[in-house]
Design a protein around this ligand. Structure first.
Ligand code: AMP
Length: 117
């Protein structure tokens, strides 16, 4: 766990470690979570490392928008859009963040509980 630069997701972006990539644009990468919490569980990340949305600035606004649209596109691709799904981003210790490179979890394929634990 590091908060100061490169993470395992940076290594995935650079293809230094393997991942099951399901969607990619110039700015965004989506790959399957290694420990899925739902039948469909994909992580959508900006290629450019930002620690979390709490660390994003106005300069990142377009990229954050692209990330959300990519998550919706991934959901369509995964066949979970019609049934409904959840997009989650964990921030910091209490948020449950373990990888300090901004990522959206796209979870679907089963009913989601609310509130989350
Ligand atoms: P978070 O706890 O919100 O920071 O989420 C980090 C997520 O990254 C967890 O759901 C992990 O299962 C997932 N993860 C960690 N390492 C990898 C990896 N090498 N490939 C794919 N997913 C990973």
């Amino acid at each position: 766990m590091t908060q100061d630069g490169d993470t395992i997701f940076g290594k995935i972006v650079r293809r230094e470690i393997p991942a099951t990539i399901v969607y990619e644009t110039d700015t965004v990468l989506a790959f399957r979570d290694i420990s899925p919490a739902a039948p469909s569980h994909v992580l959508v990340i900006p290629k450019r490392p930002i620690v979390s949305v709490a660390h994003a600035t106005k300069d990142d606004a377009q990229l954050i928008g692209e990330l959300m649209l990519a998550a919706a596109e991934v959901a369509r691709q995964e066949g979970i859009a019609e049934g409904g799904y959840r997009i989650v981003t964990n921030i910091g210790q209490h948020g449950g963040q373990t990888v300090f490179h901004l990522h959206l979890h796209v979870l679907g394929g089963r009913p989601m509980e609310w509130p989350p634990g």
